[in-house]
Design a protein around this ligand. Structure first.
Ligand code: SF4
Ligand code: SF4
Length: 89
């Protein structure tokens, strides 16, 4: 973990009082968050490709399932585009 990531982790709102939230516009559908989430609290859903000239294949987005989310924050650290934030429940 880089120093920057460690700093971000220290600032994260984690725990049962919090829940993850995906900023849809930043999500590139890479599935990294679903890999790290042990609680099956993230699902990806298909979306239409917005631009044919994008060099990243954006054809799906992630969303958080609030009930199973334990607020652990792992998905925030895993997301390469900083699309996930922790919010108050
Ligand atoms: S905060 Fe933890 S439990 Fe919730 S979606 Fe992210 S990885 Fe899964
Ligand atoms: S890790 Fe981030 S960019 Fe990748 S699917 Fe999850 S929310 Fe989207």
């Amino acid at each position: 973990m880089t120093a920057q990531r460690a700093g971000e982790r220290a600032k994260l709102k984690i725990g049962p009082e919090h829940v993850a939230w995906v900023k849809e516009e930043l999500c590139i559908g890479c599935d990294q968050c679903t890999i790290v989430c042990d609680d099956h609290a993230i699902e990806v859903y298909p979306v239409k490709l917005r631009s044919p000239i994008l060099d990243v294949d954006i054809n799906k987005k992630a969303r958080i399932l609030r009930e199973p989310c334990t607020g652990c924050g792992l998905c925030v650290l895993a997301c390469p585009t900083d699309a996930i934030v922790m919010i108050d429940r």
